[in-house]
Design a protein around this ligand. Structure first.
Ligand code: NAP
Ligand code: MG
Length: 755
């Protein structure tokens, strides 16, 4: 071959990273691993094996934790709590810092071990996974120190059970352990059965850092071990990353247990290309979006939405690029795509590709050479699918891109949001108006403008809708590992004390109108005939709250503020016609003005992420919020819950306290004369458990608050359908910050700059 030939071909030679230090490490352990509990290695439980998916060769044997082992680990974590919390934030931070430094020191071993166990390219484990792991620990070392001054009203939750998947084994471990420890919790963590090894190396790092024993405990095993952790009574919080299906199961299993829960689940994230995008960059970005980690990324840009006019040109360029992607040994530094994690997973992906073809999609695979003997798959593109087809809706979790076209920006948004998921999205346009407008309208926890798959410890990550709830990273991520300090409450005023003996037919309030209950029934409470609502009334109320949600959210904070101020004014004006004592009405009015004040002041943040990005953390409303038992029937509680939700741009379906519903009917009078648009606040009285269950099941309800502990279990259990976040609390006396956070979710928008 002449030099000219070589230049034309520009082919790569092999550039293998040596597995030797890792193989020696495995041998030193006799290739058998156990659990790390209170600083001791416990070799108990049945054996499973883990292998290298690029060769299907066994790497090691591992013990799976049974109930006894899990008990032991939870006990160790409980015992370590007091000592860990007694340390100053600075001292806790120093351990996290030491761990971060040791991750850097052992980065080569960790990267090679991860690539061997998982099949991901060394280029990714070395340049992305491991540096981000170190970053998470050093970043949260800082939070440990700042916690007391920044969040004085909060305390750690306790022992955290953490369950992680196989796609980013060490990185997911870091996302879980770093914030938990920074906030003063101790943990029991279970890696995925397919990738147990880097967690072992991490335990050794904890040992080297001198971390107090029992603060971190690692138990190995599969789904059964996961269940034991989820069900364990000694655990106060469950943090899970994995499939939506298992997330749902965990929601149901923990219902009513008082365990707090965060779920980071699947996705089907859109990658939207407008005609004014920098097309070459968008094609290159797509390589990172869907072929990073073989497409086994929860936020992979797996749905390409490209404007019709440029689609043909875009697909041609994309296919040309796909032909150049190199699939090969994960330890080869010059490959783009490594091995799928396991033969079963590879099979699952193949099946979905076949389904795509069967349903009319055109399947195109790049004709790259695949190594033999391992779990390899060629990069694949499926075009010509309908938005409702299986491959356009279901997560494939592999190197398969599905492409659809759109005509207008509105159609792009509609297609993008046409999914049960809401994890992430990419928007490609050189027009700043288009890019930001579309970002705002997407239902996704993270939006990357002209970029993709960016992560940092300073920015929160997490889903909308069935992609789960809770955030990891950023200031917002800390609240997954904190709870408000208990408060002593002011006594409730007895609202019924002064009820004037006026004859009033009470009605439900739906869509801005007083309406009779569908059942026609009422029940007598404190001498009044209180309507008994049913499923149909709930359906109507949710429908009108849904219709009102978009325009209400679209109002500026300033507008919402003025409307709530007017509500407060009307409360004062009518103070003598209320059942509650005038002083209580005054307090309720003050409460309304308080939330009116917040309506235009609960600002988002600009996160300080590396690189040339402005990362906007915007607080967005959920939409329809169902509120059950407004805080025990006090007018102040009713106004607090109502106005907190409304102020942040949510609409409300309220089920009043069954024993003391009358303040809510008083409020109807005020709602009618205030400027709150129809449908923004709806009232359905009746049997609490039944109505709460219907609201929890309702797909149109986006979030739910419940202040009646007897129905907490029903609410949490039934919410598993659309995985709406639920807030169950036994009173309404929380600080404003808790309400503000419950009324909003954070969307992080990464905006690049640079001329
Ligand atoms: P998975 O089956 O849900 O497993 C996740 C973890 O849960 C594993 O450790 C698994 O154990 C364990 N587990 C399985 N069944 C359980 C149960 N009934 N109770 C408690 N724990 C249980 O998901 P996967 O197949 O490993 O991972 C792929 C999925 O995870 C994809 O859908 C992807 O989108 C999602 N994911 C989401 C994120 C995110 O941040 N949102 C990140 C990564 C992955 P074993 O695997 O050991 O059996
Ligand atoms: Mg493995």
């Amino acid at each position: 071959m002449t030099l000219a030939d070589l230049e034309r071909e520009l082919s790569y030679g092999d550039a293998p990273e040596s597995p030797k230090p890792v193989l020696e490490w495995l041998d030193r352990h006799g290739r058998v691993f156990g659990h790390w509990i209170a600083g001791t290695w416990v070799h108990e439980g049945p054996i499973f094996t883990t292998s290298d998916p690029s060769t299907n060769q066994e790497l090691a044997k591992v013990h799976a934790a049974d109930a006894m082992v899990v008990n032991q680990a939870v006990a160790a974590a409980q015992e370590a709590l007091t000592g860990w919390q007694a340390l100053s934030g600075f001292d806790r931070g120093r351990y996290l810092y030491a761990i971060g430094r040791l991750v850097q020191k052992h980065s080569r071993l960790l990267a090679v071990l991860e690539s061997l166990d998982n099949g991901k390219p060394i280029r990714e484990s070395r340049d992305l996974d491991v540096p981000l792991v170190a970053r998470h620990f050093t970043h949260h070392a800082g939070w440990a120190q700042l916690l007391e001054s920044e969040h004085p009203d909060f305390e750690p939750v306790g022992v955290c059970g953490q369950i992680i998947p196989w796609n980013f084994p060490l990185l997911m471990l870091a996302w879980k352990i770093a914030p938990a420890l920074a906030c003063g919790n101790t943990v029991v963590l279970k890696p995925a059965e397919l990738t147990p090894l880097t967690a072992v190396a991490f335990a050794e790092i904890c040992e080297e850092a001198g971390l107090p024993l029992g603060v971190v405990n690692i138990v190995q095993g599969g789904g059964e071990t996961g269940r034991l952790i989820v069900d364990h009574a000694g655990i106060q919080k469950v943090a899970f990353t994995g499939s939506t299906e298992v997330g749902r199961e965990i929601r149901r299993r923990t219902a009513g247990s008082k365990k707090t829960l965060s779920l980071e689940l699947g996705g089907k994230s859109p990658y939207i290309v407008f005609p004014d995008a920098d097309i070459d960059s968008a094609v290159e970005g797509l390589v990172d979006a869907i072929w990073f980690n073989q497409g086994q990324v929860c936020c992979a840009g797996s749905r390409l939405l490209v404007q019709e006019g440029i689609a043909a040109r875009f697909h041609t360029k994309l296919k040309a690029r796909m032909q150049k992607l190199r699939v090969g040994s994960p330890l080869d530094k010059a490959i783009d795509i490594g091995a799928i994690v396991s033969p079963e997973q590879r099979c699952r992906i193949e099946e979905l590709i076949e389904t795509g073809a069967r349903e009319g999609g055109e399947v195109w695979r790049s004709s790259v050479d695949l190594p033999t003997g391992g779990c390899f798959l060629a990069p694949t593109l499926i075009t010509g699918v309908s938005p409702s087809s299986t491959v356009a809706q279901q997560e494939i979790f592999g190197p398969v891109l599905v492409s659809m076209t759109f005509r207008t920006p509105d159609e792009a948004v509609e297609l993008a949001n046409n999914t049960a998921y809401g994890l992430a999205a990419s928007v490609w346009s050189q027009d700043i108006d288009t890019a930001l407008d579309i970002s705002k309208r997407l239902h996704a926890g993270t939006v990357w403008i002209n970029s993709t798959n960016l992560f940092d410890a300073a920015s929160g990550f997490g889903g909308y809708k069935e992609s789960g709830f809770g955030r990891e990273g950023g200031r917002e991520g800390l609240f997954a590992y904190l709870k408000p300090r208990p408060r002593t409450l002011e006594p409730d005023t007895d609202s019924s004390a002064r009820r004037p003996a006026i004859d009033r037919t009470l009605k439900l309030f739906v869509g801005g109108k007083q309406v009779r209950p569908d059942s026609g029934y009422s029940e007598e409470v404190e001498g009044y005939a209180v309507p008994v609502g049913n499923r149909k009334d709930i359906r109507n109320a949710v429908e009108s709250a849904s219709a009102a949600a978009k325009p209400w959210a679209a109002k500026s904070g300033h507008e919402r503020s003025q409307i709530l101020q007017f509500l407060g004014e009307n409360l004062i004006q009518r103070r003598d016609s209320f059942a509650a004592a005038p002083t209580e009405v005054d307090r309720a009015a003050e409460e309304a003005f308080f939330w009116a004040a917040w309506a235009d002041k609960y600002d988002g943040l600009v996160h300080s992420t590396p690189g040339k990005f402005v990362t906007l953390a915007m607080n967005e409303p959920y939409g329809v919020t169902a509120i059950v038992a407004d805080g025990g029937g006090s007018l102040v509680g009713l106004i607090r819950t109502t106005c907190a939700a409304l102020a942040m741009g949510n609409t409300v379906v309220m089920v009043p306290s069954r024993d003391r519903p009358l303040p809510a009917f008083d409020l109807v009078q005020v709602m009618e004369i205030s400027d709150i648009p129809s449908g923004c606040w709806n009232l359905v009285s009746g049997p609490t458990a039944e109505l709460a269950e219907q609201l929890a099941q309702h797909e149109g309800v986006d979030a739910m608050w419940c202040f009646e502990s007897s129905v907490a279990e029903v609410v949490e259990n039934q919410s598993a359908g659309n995985l709406k976040p639920t807030w169950v609390a036994d009173h309404v006396g929380w600080p404003a910050s808790v309400f503000l956070r419950q009324a909003t979710r954070v969307k992080n928008i990464w905006v690049p700059y640079g001329a």
